[in-house]
Design a binder for this molecule. Structure first.
Ligand code: PLP
Length: 417
């Protein structure tokens, strides 16, 4: 059997696949893991109850008519109309159905954008650039061509004793050429960092200068699920495609997201969905239509989800300070909250892959930092000195997991606890 070049390339991209393999391992029956690895949202009872109720209504009123037939590749017409109204009410955007496409998750929507706007062009290679590295591990497998996603070396700013922050590399952006697609999560997975208006303006200017598209992945931010704080609302601009997902609002298993952008970009995305998946599943689309038109998702995002994650984050920060030795050079990305703690262990002996392996021996899963850098070997030691901890498990699991992380760090440092 022979694979195509693309086939071989797709099989080598490993960060997200390794995270998905951990999802499978930690869900195996009879296994007990302290899971600080995967990006599942927390189960919040009020949110679960809302989805259950809306799913029941959808089953009662729409299942027979909608789920029994194929539908438009752009998305269910009722959901599209609801999305158009929702963005008019929420942000004053003047959309029509031509600005919207629904897909089976925002991972797929970003993948489609990468296929459309990055790769070999008429006269040059259109580059897929991640302007805010480290960024979501799922972006690294998005290019179907070798070369793949690129990023700039991170610009690290230490803050106080145990904090740090990444700065946007405006010079690198200004000097870049041949960009086809800029792709960024804001608020970011893994750092929680949310771009402000000025930073977003810099990305838009870079996209304009390259005749490129900027995809902003709002999976954690506004208008829902509000898992992390945002510095600015989503930006409407002809060069920008905004992606939204219901996953972190509590429905990751139903695979649903949508994108909003200029009609010519969106109609190209609709074409790829038609060719690859026909359309997104109807059942969750109609659940989402109900959640948006009744305002229930917005209410819960603001009144429940946002405070819930803010409290979890404070708790995780307290635990890090409680368990990690003060004289060890660990730093937490300042961020704006979110589902993760992004740690930088600025010590010469620390290696994220070794740490990951040691933690797994103790049945704790965390994600090695290198999975969030397109070229971990090309950016110096930093990419292998980071670790992502998810804080969505129950409090006892997060406490015990962070205790084991601290204990493992102490033993890797060759010190006594
Ligand atoms: C930034 C970001 N974008 C997209 C996704 C995937 O979203 P979806 O489930 O809608 O495909 C994730 C999942 O972890 C993510 O962190």
């Amino acid at each position: 059997m022979k694979f195509s070049q693309r086939g071989s390339h797709m099989m080598t991209t490993s960060g997200l696949r390794s995270i998905m393999a951990d999802v499978a391992t930690t869900r195996s029956a009879g296994e007990r893991w302290l899971n600080l690895g995967v990006g599942n949202p927390a189960f919040i009872p009020e949110v679960g109850a809302m989805w259950h109720d809306l799913a029941q209504q959808t089953l009662d009123f729409d299942f027979a008519t909608e789920s029994a037939g194929y539908g438009p590749s752009r998305g269910n017409a009722r959901l599209i109309d609801v999305i158009v109204d929702y963005f008019a009410k929420t942000y004053g955007w003047n959309l029509t159905p031509h600005n919207v496409v629904v897909g089976p998750g925002s991972q797929m929507l970003c993948f489609i954008a990468a296929a459309l706007f990055a790769g070999p062009g008429d006269d040059s290679m259109r580059r897929l650039v991640l302007p805010c590295v480290p960024d979501y591990a799922g972006y690294l497998g998005m290019s179907m061509d070798s070369g793949g996603a690129e990023g700039f070396a991170p610009r690290v700013q230490p803050v106080g004793r145990h904090r740090f922050h990444y700065l946007l590399d405006r010079d690198a952006l200004r000097d870049s050429a041949d960009i086809g697609l800029l792709l960024v999560s804001s608020p970011s997975n893994p750092t929680g960092r949310s771009l402000d208006e000025d930073e977003m303006g810099c990305l838009v200017a870079t996209a304009d200068a390259n005749d490129a598209v900027l995809v902003v992945d709002n999976a954690y931010g506004q208008p829902f699920p509000r898992v992390a704080r945002t510095s600015a609302p989503p930006l409407w601009h002809p060069a920008v495609i905004n992606c939204f997902s219901v996953s972190k609002a509590g429905l990751p298993g139903e695979r649903l997201g949508f994108a909003v952008g200029a009609p010519e970009q969106i109609s190209a995305m609709v074409a790829v969905i038609a060719n690859s998946a026909l359309h997104a599943p109807h059942f969750p689309q109609l659940i989402l239509a109900r959640a948006l038109e009744t305002g229930r998702l917005d209410e819960l995002a603001t009144a429940v989800v946002q405070p819930y994650y803010a409290a979890r984050r404070r708790n995780a920060e307290d635990l890090l300070h409680e368990y990690l030795p003060d004289d060890l050079n660990w730093r937490l990305h300042t961020g704006d909250g979110g589902m993760f703690c992004w740690l930088w262990i600025d010590e010469p002996w620390f290696d994220d892959a070794k740490m990951y392996a040691r933690l797994k021996e103790r049945r704790v899963v965390a994600v090695p930092g290198r999975h969030f850098f397109p070229d971990p070997d090309g950016v110096g030691r930093h990419a292998t000195q980071c670790l992502r901890l998810s804080i969505t498990a129950d409090e006892a699991t997060v406490r015990e997991g962070i205790r084991v992380v601290a204990d493992t760090l102490v033993s890797l440092a060759g010190r006594r606890a």
